[in-house]
Design a protein around this ligand. Structure first.
Ligand SMILES: [Zn+2]
Length: 333
């Protein structure tokens, strides 16, 4: 009897131990599974965030630049003399108005016809840098200083001390500090007039706080002709009009933001082939960490512009506006 009950107890204990082991194993499995899920979720959230950032960047720098390239090829495929007539034909030419109708008709409505340069005209060139400040800002400023040239920086909101120093350096060295939105996030910025207004106030107040400079010029991320905004761009244009802010698009693109990786020489060529056409050229470039080719291209570009007798100037209130959608065409609301 005693033996069998001891045996029974032993078996019972073994059984309990087995159950306990199974429980521990189950808890471990569930724990590992939870941990793995959390890690995977975190990684996915991070990935989504990175993709959103990338998408914003691509939407800003690629879609519109691509359109600009198409436009200039189609408009100026012939000689400079015929360019004038090409522009005149634009509105009647249904063939290439497709998909770009608003874009082209408004681009023509602005001042490109009047802007075509004759042989006697002096070329005024405005070098503009978007998306800064960045680790390249100082290098860009040094090149500009060396050549005694003033340019325009369309900056976004960055709060670290180095960026603050760069905003101040831009102002102190006599360049035009201009706005390019605070967040540079299409999804937020162009979501509604309210979000555009709050982003606008944020960048304007911030730059004033940091530099003591009241900024009067703006460039829409993606340009005023971007096809990304969910809201009619004219609502934002109307708002800028009411704030006394002039916005600038561009009519010359260096191509430093397209998917194609241009060499520094090609960037210079891209600019020079278009600058010769216009009395006023607003040249689109980027001040961003990865755009080192832009920095490389800057000095040869300045030299080429100077040797053709161009005047290189910072944007001010006397600059002829270059806009894809004419601000003046937007009625006060
Ligand atoms: Zn930008």
């Amino acid at each position: 009897m005693e033996d069998s009950s001891t045996k029974g107890l032993k078996q019972e204990r073994k059984k309990r131990q087995r159950v306990a082991r199974i429980k521990t194993a189950l808890i471990c499995v569930v724990g590992i599974w939870l941990l793995a899920s959390m890690i995977i979720c975190t990684a996915l959230v991070f990935k989504v965030y990175m993709l959103e950032e990338k998408l914003d960047y691509l939407l800003d720098n690629f879609t519109v630049s691509g359109q600009m390239e198409t436009e200039s090829k189609q408009t100026f495929a012939k000689t400079d003399e015929s360019a004038y007539f090409d522009l005149e034909d634009t509105t009647e030419n249904g063939e290439w108005a497709n998909g770009y109708s608003e874009y082209y008709s408004v681009a023509e409505a602005v001042n490109q016809k009047e802007n075509l340069a004759g042989p006697e005209d002096i070329h005024k060139v405005y070098l503009t840098f978007d998306d800064g400040p960045s680790s390249n800002t100082t290098a860009i400023l040094d090149i500009l200083k060396k050549h005694n040239i003033k340019a325009t920086f369309f900056v976004i909101g960055k709060e670290d001390d180095e960026s603050k120093a760069r905003y101040r350096q831009i102002v102190n060295e006599g360049h035009t500090l201009a706005m390019h939105s605070y967040s540079h996030k299409y999804s937020v910025l162009y979501d509604s007039l309210d979000s555009f207004e709050s982003d606008f106030s944020k960048i304007q107040n911030y730059l004033y706080e940091v530099t003591g400079q009241e900024c009067l010029f703006y460039r829409f991320p993606g340009g005023s002709s971007n096809h990304v905004s969910n809201t009619d761009m004219k609502e934002f244009i109307n708002y800028l009009n009411t704030q006394g802010i002039t916005y600038f698009d561009w009519n010359v693109s260096s191509g430093d933001a397209t998917s194609q990786a241009y060499t520094a020489e090609e960037l210079v060529d891209n600019v020079m082939k278009d600058v010769v056409k216009y009395k006023t050229s607003i040249v689109l470039m980027h001040d961003a960490e990865t755009k080192t080719t832009t920095v490389e291209a800057l000095e040869p570009m300045i030299e080429a512009l100077e040797s053709m007798g161009a005047e290189i100037l910072p944007i001010d209130e006397n600059t002829t506006v270059v806009q894809h959608i004419a601000a003046a065409s937007v009625k006060q609301q």
